[in-house]
Design a protein around this ligand. Structure first.
Ligand code: CA
Length: 231
């Protein structure tokens, strides 16, 4: 069955180009030119992915992103935001509001389609439940009961904070976490402590993870993401 993509973009040329190229790849496409049209399309179609422009005639796409991600019916629909290259802050806010990925304008349609395919493949990552005792990603195994991580069954020595950081990233695997979010969720305080703290700890954690350190990806200008694969 074809996946259905909703494009919310007010510039007709961009919308049509994306539609044309996605349709060629056998996606079903629904177009919307405003937040209002987007909401209508979400309510009346089963949508698998949303491509969301941020500058829309009736408001900011960020508002819609937040609504999609807070509504139980739509919160599992992946959202890819389209942002201007210069608006790094939009990207950060977008992730904080739950966006799953972003593409910067001007973008290549090929790149966008790759993102759509990747996001459909991995789905929206669900939080792991507390009774999940162990997770494995290639050579890396995490045992939550023991608070231990292993590489090829060899225990690696992590501090409590490093373990918490790793666990937190894994819980949200596939999703980018901003430095501010990590500070707030892992360290338990916000704003006043410099986000450099996060960078320092990520660096150390990666070093300790050695050959599996590449699971933790840097998203430039935004934050970090745990990836199942290290390629
Ligand atoms: Ca626009």
């Amino acid at each position: 069955m074809a996946s259905r993509v909703l494009i919310i973009e007010d510039e007709p040329d961009i919308r049509k180009t994306i539609d044309y190229n996605l349709s060629k790849e056998s996606f079903e496409v629904v177009q919307a030119a405003s937040i209002q049209e987007g909401e209508k399309a979400l309510a009346s179609n089963k949508i698998d992915v949303v491509i969301l422009d941020l500058m829309l005639p009736d408001g900011s796409g960020l508002t819609l992103c937040r609504d999609i991600k807070s509504e139980p019916k739509t919160k599992d629909i992946p959202v890819i935001i389209l942002t201007a290259k210069t608006e790094e802050v939009d990207r950060v806010v977008g992730f904080e509001l739950g966006a799953d990925d972003y593409v910067t304008k001007p973008f290549s349609v090929r790149e966008l389609i790759l993102r759509v395919k990747a996001i459909l493949k991995r789905g929206v990552s669900k939080e792991i439940t507390t009774d999940n005792v162990q997770d494995s990603f290639g050579e890396l195994t995490i045992n939550y009961d023991e608070h231990q991580a292993y590489i090829n069954n060899q225990e690696i020595s992590l501090t409590a904070l490093e373990f918490k950081l790793l666990k937190h990233l894994i819980n949200r695997k596939g999703r980018v976490q901003t430095r501010d979010q990590l500070l707030e969720d892992v360290w338990g305080y916000s704003s006043n402590v410099t986000t450099r703290t996060v960078d320092t700890h990520i660096k150390r954690l990666r070093e300790k993870l050695g050959i599996v350190g590449d699971h933790i990806q840097t998203i430039r200008g935004v934050g970090y993401r745990f990836s199942r694969k290290t390629d």
